[in-house]
Design a protein around this ligand. Structure first.
Ligand SMILES: [Zn+2]
Length: 300
């Protein structure tokens, strides 16, 4: 008998369908440069690609956690949710869309209102979420933005919004459009009280949101390469019968043409906002303004 007899038990080869390295939830491919990114690194970099700086879209709650001191905030107005005033049905009933949106996004509405401290300043922030019917603005979203401003008026705080929206919510028709005027008039009161409103535009900010509060900020900031516009390029080309320049609805183009105050990388956003608040909420500057106003009133 040979010394080197094969043992009877053969090594079983792994079937081909199991021959994969389990990398699910470990790597993410960048939408822009197609590099593979460690999910953990991406989380640490606030969902920004470290190769090309591409800003991944993020949800409302993540956004708020990135803004507030120690990521802590109190959620406000969660009870304000959409109803179906028109009993609207397109390919499916609006009520069904709402239920689905709540399941998919895990949010009660397309915006989350929050109260907390940012660089020790009292801030009322609202963050929109694309997962909830494309971040569309219906009457509940409009009401929530208005309440955010009213909280700030009452408690003497600043307002910060993060827009991410496809525009007005079609399923609520005119009720959606009315929100634009409602929010704008609340912002006028904020202006009278000389309280700051910082508007941050993220990818994408379009339609009725661009046409109302998103563009009414005392400071308007955008994330890099965000799509920002009112109507889509095809509609504009057909209307004005002209070819549009490349990338004309991107942050960089808008900054160049004076529509924005700054483009800020997400990783520097919080510090940038704190700097703005330090300036705008500065008690010394505020007293000076009050005195000036009183003087002017006295002279009149
Ligand atoms: Zn990339």
């Amino acid at each position: 008998m040979a010394w080197f007899n094969k043992k009877s038990k053969r090594i079983e080869s792994v079937p081909p369908e199991e021959r994969v390295v389990k990398t699910e939830n470990v790597f993410v491919k960048c939408d822009s440069c197609e590099e593979h990114l460690y999910k953990r690194d991406l989380d640490e970099a606030l969902q920004v690609c470290r190769h090309c700086g591409h800003h991944f879209r993020i949800g409302a709650r993540e956004r708020l956690a990135m803004l507030f001191d120690e990521g802590k905030y109190e959620e406000l107005d969660a009870e304000v949710i959409s109803i179906d005033p028109l009993e609207f049905v397109d390919s499916k009933p609006y009520t069904e869309r709402l239920t689905q949106a709540r399941e998919v996004s895990g949010l009660p509405e397309a915006i989350v209102n929050a109260r907390g401290k940012v660089g020790d300043h009292l801030v009322f922030a609202g963050a929109m979420d694309m997962l909830f019917i494309g971040g569309s603005m219906g009457s509940a979203v409009g009401e929530k933005v208005t309440r955010l401003i009213e909280h700030a008026l009452e408690e003497h705080g600043a307002v910060v919004t993060f827009a991410a929206s496809g525009g007005a919510r079609m399923q609520e028709g005119t009720f959606s459009l009315m929100q634009m005027a409602k929010i704008a008039s609340a912002l006028a009161q904020l202006d009278e009280k000389r309280l700051p409103f910082i508007s941050v535009l993220t990818d994408p900010t379009t339609g009725g949101v661009t046409a109302s509060f998103a563009m009414l900020g005392d400071v308007i900031i955008a994330e890099p390469k965000a799509l920002i516009g009112f109507a889509g390029p095809r509609v504009i080309e057909q209307t004005i019968r002209q070819k549009l320049p490349k990338d004309f609805q991107k942050s960089e183009f808008l900054l160049e043409h004076g529509m924005l105050d700054a483009i800020v990388d997400r990783r520097e956003m919080r510090d940038f906002i704190i700097k703005q608040l330090n300036f705008m909420m500065n008690p010394e500057i505020r007293t000076e303004l009050e005195m000036e106003k009183a003087q002017r009133a006295g002279r009149a």
